[in-house]
Ligand binder design. Structure first.
Ligand code: F3S
Ligand code: F3S
Length: 110
């Protein structure tokens, strides 16, 4: 699957969100996250990110590996202060901005 890495933190340009044909890029507080099972690996998002934050998970640069896990965790575990995980909402537009991050991203120093 495709994942969003460190360069998105505090930039969150959202050009990728517009581009995704299945609407599986969700906006958190500091960055956006790609849903690992809703993503159909079309790759349309990757070239439009102005800070080149998007990678195929296998190609994420050394030092950013944690972001592969965080893209998944954003959906599979409750975010800090919440009781239930987002799961598979099926549409980022329908869900709306999430406005929160995983604990790792919340604390991330870029
Ligand atoms: Fe969407 Fe990018 Fe996946 S455009 S389907 S998140 S590869
Ligand atoms: Fe982030 Fe780039 Fe998308 S900065 S929100 S991954 S266009």
């Amino acid at each position: 699957t495709f994942v969003i890495g460190a360069a998105c933190v505090d930039v969150m340009d959202r050009a990728c969100v517009e581009e995704c044909p299945v609407d599986c890029i969700y906006t958190g507080g500091r960055m956006a996250y790609i849903h690992p099972t809703e993503c159909v690996d079309c790759g349309a998002c990757e070239p439009v990110c102005p800070v080149e934050a998007i990678y195929l998970d296998d190609d994420i640069p050394a030092g950013q590996q944690q972001f592969v896990a965080e893209n998944e965790r954003f959906f599979t575990e409750p975010l800090p202060g919440r009781d239930i995980a987002l799961g598979s909402p099926g549409s980022a537009a329908k869900l709306g901005a999430v406005g929160a991050d995983t604990a790792f991203v919340e604390a991330y120093q870029s």
